[in-house]
Design a protein around this ligand. Structure first.
Ligand code: HEM
Length: 188
């Protein structure tokens, strides 16, 4: 039988960071993949609170990371440690960049680059999945399958979103020739 471990507080905080991070991705997914949800007002509500949810996610992840560092006697002078924690550290760096630029001042200052920077959130999706898979391998807690399920769901919806956007762009660049647009009689 597979033994399931009890999650520690650090694990619970990591899980809460993951859930709040996923919530920040939902409004755009809903708008594009399930446009009818617009009528419920849920995407608008999530969008309104997206910044604060993102900052909460960063803080939870930070405490989770610090607790793990303390628990595992992190040696900052050993490159091997960075190798082991590469996914966690990368995700935390992304979360930090997003959190410190989640304000109107940064949007104004960074202009077009702000959008580019915030696209890093999609990279975090994959690195975070790898982080959980790698770090929890062989000692899953009951939170591990839920986390992996959430991330796989988010990745699948993100792929669907990209497909829909791609199809939309194609339709704009190659408008269908409707009868009205077809050339009428060619006269010499
Ligand atoms: C944005 C950043 C991060 C998020 C959202 C995150 C999230 C998570 C989640 C959800 C788990 C699995 C918990 C479970 O299934 O019970 C986990 C495990 C783990 N995380 Fe992170 N993490 C992040 C950053 C970090 C950092 C910076 C470190 C350390 C430097 C770290 C170290 C670990 C370790 C060691 C585990 C395995 C825990 C165990 O063996 O029980 N994480 N993380």
């Amino acid at each position: 039988m597979i033994a399931i471990d009890e999650p520690s507080l650090a694990n619970v905080l990591g899980f809460m960071a993951l859930v709040s991070y996923s919530i920040t991705l939902i409004p755009t997914i809903l708008r594009i993949v399930f446009p009818k949800t617009k009528d419920t007002g849920i995407p608008k509500l999530l969008l309104k609170h997206r910044r604060i949810i993102g900052i909460i996610s960063f803080l939870l992840a930070l405490v989770h990371g610090l607790m793990m560092i303390q628990k595992r006697n992190f040696d900052f002078f050993d490159l091997k440690t960075f190798e082991i924690y590469i996914q966690g550290i990368t995700t935390l760096i992304i979360f930090t960049l997003l959190a410190i630029t989640s304000n109107n001042w940064s949007v104004k200052k960074l202009k077009k680059n702000w959008k580019k920077l915030h696209k890093l959130t999609y990279l975090a999706m994959f690195v975070l999945t790898w982080h959980i898979w790698d770090k929890m391998s062989g000692h899953w807690t009951y939170l591990t399958p839920i986390s992996i399920g959430i991330m796989m769901g988010i990745i699948a919806l993100f792929a669907l979103r990209l497909r829909i956007e791609h199809q939309g762009k194609q339709q704009i660049s190659e408008p269908k020739l409707t009868p009205a647009k077809l050339p009428t009689k060619i006269t010499k």
